[in-house]
Design a protein around this ligand. Structure first.
Ligand SMILES: Cc1cc2nc3c(=O)[nH]c(=O)nc-3n(C[C@H](O)[C@H](O)[C@H](O)COP(=O)(O)O)c2cc1C
Length: 230
């Protein structure tokens, strides 16, 4: 009888824990609004007006705006059955990049401050860690504190082996080239949304990795704060 009660007790505890775990796992995945394919500004106007912005207002972004920027950066744009192609070109369609988003307190409507990982397959965000780490990112970027004012900061990272596996050492510059394409897409999409973006290459990679709480196989290549220009 005692054994039976202990077993039942353990089962109840296991079910409660499983429930909590499943709930928190689901809560950490955020589906993004569907992207749209027509904008207010022509590509020529966006190219003409694009500038590196270093002064941001605290005006909150919508999840729709963030979704649109992420889709333009690295979203799925074609389904070839055996492979899904993305917004920016990629050597051998190997896609060595990831995008992490630092969301500030009241930075993006409807989501908590934290670090998120953009998942192109499914167009969703996965939370990496909670809390506003913008100041930490700015400090890691040689104290370029202006970026901590932006409601959101994108960090483009590369996992080189996804590309070097096929192309050897050339896979490293190929990854940087792709990050440039993604960065320009972010710039131009921000322009058409009436937003601005900055670009930062001066930072300590290991410090950025630590602040974001990401695995060190994701090497930070570019930091791009986004928001309304002040
Ligand atoms: C690879 C790269 C790294 C950069 N790093 C920084 C940076 O650390 N801080 C900064 O304020 N601007 C940085 N910039 C932005 C340039 O200063 C800026 O693009 C240049 O002054 C031209 O201005 P524009 O982008 O407004 O046309 C960087 C740009 C690139 C392409």
């Amino acid at each position: 009888m005692k054994v039976l009660l202990t077993t039942l007790g353990n089962m109840v505890i296991a079910i409660i824990f499983a429930g909590i775990f499943t709930k928190s796992t689901i809560a950490k995945e955020i589906p993004l609004p569907k992207p749209y394919y027509e904008g207010e500004k022509s590509v020529e106007e966006a190219i003409k007006s694009r500038r590196t912005i270093r002064s941001f207002s605290s005006q909150v972004l919508t999840l729709t705006q963030l979704s649109q920027i992420l889709w333009a950066a690295d979203g799925i744009t074609a389904d070839r059955g055996y492979i899904k192609l993305r917004a920016a070109p990629s050597a051998g369609a190997l896609y060595p990049l990831d995008i992490f988003i630092v969301v500030g307190e009241n930075g993006v409507k409807d989501i908590d401050a934290g670090v998120y990982h953009y998942i192109p397959h499914g167009h969703l965000l996965k939370m990496v860690r909670k809390g506003d780490v913008r100041v930490g990112v700015a400090k890691a970027a040689l104290h370029q504190m202006w970026m901590a004012e932006a409601p959101a900061i994108m960090i483009i990272t590369g996992e080189y082996k996804r590309c070097t596996r096929k192309y050897g050492e050339r896979g490293i510059p190929y990854t940087y080239i792709e990050a440039g394409h993604v960065g320009q897409n972010i710039f131009l999409q921000c322009e058409t949304l009436g937003l601005g973006a900055g670009i930062v290459g001066a930072f300590h990679n290991d410090e950025v990795i630590k602040v974001l709480g990401i695995d060190k196989r994701h090497d930070p290549i570019t930091i791009m704060p986004v928001g309304y220009e002040r």
